[in-house]
Design a protein. Structure first.
Length: 268
């Protein structure tokens, strides 16, 4: 079973200062509004429009590869910009909310989250606190991040939340196992892969990440299941794995240094 999942974050007006979300990648994944619209148009031109859909629990599909659009963090732009761009094309998206940030400047409040849900979009957890190196948390800490965030969102929506995405790209089997214990049935990672796996009954899907510098045509090409852009992300991801493991927290310092000189590209 396969799915093409494409991951976005915040959408900002050109020149707008991104909200201070406390994450280490703030800015790298911010697209300005015009650029985001170009990405959506590229996908629209590249695929059968009905192939863009949503999933909110473990399901099986055969003979087709759905395109799933996801948006992490719960930024206000999900409500003010993204949802409308999707809806005018007949699409719906997956919005993963960091619950500690609900109502902060630049992020959605409870009423806006409820409205997106009522309009047919999927609301899911992006943890409580958006922890760095999530895979290094203890089982108890992971369970708390998933359980509390899902409870907060379930209380807002009036129904159980069973979909989530991993914060900051640090996935491990332990992260998925904790998600499954918390009742999450669908978990999106940041690993660039189309293959879908199952961990303790939880469906685990990779995602192809879109950064601020990513050309709009890349989204359309990925959605159309072209191999080259997906292979490029996968190769870079695999190359970074040992570096992250060896460098630990120093990886973030090195990455910031490279970013300040415009030397790094790719995902996470």
């Amino acid at each position: 079973m396969k799915a093409i999942s494409i991951g976005y974050h915040d959408i900002v007006d050109e020149g707008q200062r991104p909200p201070n979300d406390g994450s280490r990648h703030s800015g790298r994944y911010k697209l300005d509004v015009g650029h985001f619209r170009a990405h959506m148009e590229s996908i629209w031109r590249s695929v059968d429009h009905t192939s863009v859909r949503v999933i909110d629990r473990a399901r099986h599909w055969q003979g087709e590869v759905p395109v799933l659009l996801t948006f992490d963090d719960g930024a206000l732009s999900s409500y003010t910009c993204v949802a409308g761009e999707l809806e005018k094309r007949g699409w719906r998206g997956h919005f993963f909310v960091t619950t500690d940030w609900i109502g902060r400047p630049g992020f959605m409040d409870a009423q806006q989250i409820r409205e997106l849900h009522a309009r047919g979009h999927i609301i899911g957890s992006h943890t409580c606190s958006h922890p760095a190196r999530m895979s290094k948390l203890s089982c108890a800490e992971l369970l708390k991040e998933w359980t509390v965030s899902c409870t907060v969102l379930s209380d807002i929506l009036g129904e159980r939340v069973m979909t989530a995405s991993v914060a900051d790209g640090y996935y491990s089997r332990k992260v998925a196992q904790a998600a499954a214990v918390a009742g999450i049935q669908v978990l999106f990672t940041s690993e660039p892969a189309a293959k879908v796996s199952v961990v303790d009954g939880c469906l685990v899907l990779g995602r192809y990440s879109i950064q601020s510098h990513t050309p709009a045509g890349v989204s359309g090409s990925i959605a159309a299941r072209n191999n080259w852009p997906r292979l490029c992300q996968a190769i870079l991801w695999q190359a970074k794995k040992p570096v992250k493991a060896l460098a630990g927290e120093s990886y973030f310092t090195i990455r910031r240094f490279l970013l300040s000189r415009g030397l790094q590209s790719g995902t996470n």
